[in-house]
Every structure is written in structure tokens, then in C-alpha cells.
Design a protein around this ligand. Structure first.
Ligand code: E4P
Ligand code: PEP
Length: 353
């Protein structure tokens, strides 16, 4: 017999999603913030420099460094100016790439980044968010710095990817087929983070999947759906970021990952994220992790091709309290301050000389 619902048990109606504002197409934003020939060549040179490090043709250390998230274009530009000066000072031993992270993956909910909510007030002015994200990235690249970001929402990629020299696929999306497909068609090198539980296997699977060509659903520069055919991206690597509060930057964990890569028939190349679970979310510990990576490199481990640091103008983090934000302080994960960052990277270059 069919169960009857009494009047009081009427199921609640599921609210239909509402249609918000239209967004500009990637083509429109590329026209508004164009990349001229000189800048395009510079970005290509940045990509090539990163590929050379990954291929072992350049023995410098790749350093992806910058704010956990960009929330204020002015402080991002000031940070980029500082970093570009430092980049020139250490360029003989380090290739500095700036984190310009405009999308944030959240464990549950929270502010999702500049591209989503540029006014930091829940108004989610995404049209402006995309524009300001592209503008900041272009400014950073114009200063001569290679740009890194995490690509989270595949629809966002066509708005930004011509500006990117290095891309992360985050711990929460490394296992996603959609992200592996996207990575397989990027010109920039891609770092796949290990999973949030510390599992490295998903990042190794991701490298194999992204190395393949794919046909997948995508949007073109005019926002039309199409079938995208990719050739596969051979310039990818694992990023060890620790998991569930346990670090995985120490020699034993690095050796285990290197072996797993070899067994999968892949080049052993790794980046260590000095933040996240590797610092146990204490930004002050990032220096310790960096020192360990340098010790391992100097002891002969050439599989360690890069490090990542979360750093802003000022140390720590702050709650997102509209109208009461301190300039240059992260509103997502806690970061190293500029002076400490400069000191650590100057020392790192000195040790590698
Ligand atoms: O890198 C930033 C955070 O670790 C990541 O976005 C998750 O943040 P949440 O756990 O605060 O949501
Ligand atoms: C979100 C990030 O890292 P993960 O994916 O490792 O948590 C990040 O680097 O900003």
C-alpha cells in the first residue's frame, strides 16, 4: 500500500536556484585587460623556466610564495613590488613565483576568494571579481613575476589561464576527473596537492591522468559550450602538503613519495608546501619546513624541485570583519610577514650558492 502523507507531513518545497547577474565572457575580459605581445612572450618565458626546473635542465629551486588569498588588490601589488625586487636578488639560485590565489576551496563554508566576492561583504559581485582578479594577475606579471594560482572552478580558467605560469590543483580537488582534464590542457605546469588525509596516491593518479589527452566538456572564450580536446600535460608534479595535522616533508615521507612515483613509471619530482598540515597550520613553522627541504636538497635529493610558502605583507591572519581589516594581513590562512619571508628566502639562496 502506498504510504499517505498527512497534511502536517507535506514535504517542504525545495527552493529553486535563482538566476543572478550575467557575467562577462572570457573574451570580453581579455579585451578589457589584454596581454600584449611583450607580456605574452614574458609569460611564455616564465612557463619555460618552470618547465626547465621540472625537467632538471635548471637546478634552481622553484619557490611559489605569496598570500594564502588575495583580498585587497592594493596590498597584493605592494607585495608583488617587494617580491620582484627580491626575485632579482636571488634569481641565481631561486625562481620566485607569486601566489595570486583568487579562488579558495573551503572545508565547509567561508569566503571563497576575490573572484567570488571582491567586496568582502557577501554580495558576490562575480563580474567585478573576475575583472579585478585578471587585472591583479596582469599587474603582477607585468612586474616581471611569474603568476601562480589554484584553479578551482573550471569555468574560471579561460578568464585567467593566459596569465598563469604555474597552477595548483588543490588537496580537495586532486582526485576530481574534471580538474585532471582541465590540467591536461594547460600550458602552465601543474602541481597536484596530496589529499587532505595525507594520501599521495591521488596526486600520482592525477599526474597520470593529466599526462593523457582528453575530450571533455568546456566553455570557449565566448562562453559557448564545446568539446575540448587536450593533448595532455607532461609538466606536472606532486605537492606534499601534509594531511590531517601530520606533516609529510621529512626525508622518510619524501623518499616514500619518490618511490611511489618511480613505481608508477613517473619522474620523481616534488614540491613541498611549507604551510598547511606541514606547518600544522602554524605559519611560524614554515621556516623549519623550508630548512628541512634545503637540508635534503643539499644532501643530494634532486627530486625536491620546489617549495611553497604562504606569506603576506604582515604576519598572521585576521577575521573578515568588514570595515575593520588590517592592511596586508591574510583573511584566510595565517601567513609569514614580509621581513621573515625576505630573510628566509635570502638565507635559502645563500645556502644553495
Ligand atoms: O589554504 C587555505 C585553506 O587551508 C583552505 O582554503 C581551507 O580553508 P578552511 O578549512 O578554512 O575552509
Ligand atoms: C588551499 C590550499 O592548499 P590545500 O589545497 O593544500 O589545502 C592553498 O594552497 O591555498
Amino acid at each position: 500500500m502506498t504510504a499517505q502523507l498527512s497534511v502536517t507531513e507535506t514535504p517542504a518545497a525545495v527552493p529553486a536556484p535563482t538566476r543572478g547577474d550575467s557575467l562577462p565572457t572570457p573574451h570580453e575580459l581579455r579585451q578589457r585587460f589584454p596581454v600584449d605581445v611583450a607580456l605574452r612572450e614574458r609569460i611564455q618565458a616564465h612557463r619555460e623556466a618552470i618547465r626547465a626546473i621540472l625537467d632538471g635542465r635548471d637546478d634552481r629551486l622553484l619557490v611559489v610564495v605569496g598570500p594564502c588569498s588575495i583580498h585587497d588588490p592594493r596590498s597584493a601589488r605592494e607585495y608583488a613590488e617587494n617580491l620582484s625586487v627580491l626575485a632579482r636578488r636571488v634569481e641565481d639560485r631561486l625562481l620566485l613565483v607569486m601566489r595570486v590565489y583568487v579562488e579558495k576551496p573551503r572545508t565547509t563554508v567561508g569566503w571563497k576568494g576575490l573572484a567570488y566576492d571582491p567586496h568582502l561583504d557577501g554580495s558576490d559581485d562575480m563580474a567585478h571579481g573576475l575583472a579585478v582578479s585578471r587585472e591583479v594577475m596582469r599587474d603582477v606579471a607585468t612586474l616581471g613575476l611569474p603568476v601562480a594560482t589554484e584553479l578551482l572552478q573550471p569555468m574560471v580558467a579561460p578568464y585567467l589561464e593566459d596569465l598563469l605560469a604555474w597552477t595548483a590543483i588543490g588537496a580537495r580537488t586532486t582526485e576530481s576527473q574534471v580538474h585532471r582534464e582541465m590540467a591536461s590542457g594547460l600550458e602552465a605546469a601543474v602541481g597536484f596537492k596530496n589529499a587532505t588525509d595525507g594520501g599521495v596516491g591521488v596526486a600520482i593518479d592525477a599526474i597520470r591522468a593529466a599526462a593523457h589527452g582528453h575530450r571533455h566538456f568546456a566553455l570557449d572564450l565566448d562562453g559557448r559550450a564545446y568539446m575540448r580536446e587536450t593533448l595532455g600535460n607532461p609538466h606536472t608534479h606532486v605537492v606534499l602538503r601534509g594531511g590531517h595535522g601530520q606533516p609529510n616533508y621529512q626525508a622518510e615521507a619524501v623518499r616514500a613519495c619518490r618511490e611511489a612515483l618511480r613505481q608508477a613509471g613517473l619522474e620523481p619530482r616534488l614540491m613541498v608546501d611549507c604551510s598547511h598540515a606541514n606547518s600544522r597550520k602554524d605559519h611560524r613553522r614554515q621556516g623549519e619546513v623550508l630548512r628541512s627541504v634545503l637540508d635534503q636538497r643539499l644532501a643530494g635529493d634532486r627530486s625536491l624541485v620546489g617549495v611553497m610558502l604562504e606569506s603576506h605583507l604582515r604576519e598572521g591572519k585576521q577575521a573578515l570583519t568588514p570595515g575593520a581589516l588590517r592592511y596586508g594581513v591574510s583573511i584566510t590562512d595565517a601567513c609569514l610577514g614580509w621581513e621573515t619571508t625576505e630573510h628566509l628566502l635570502s638565507l635559502a639562496a645563500e645556502r644553495l650558492r
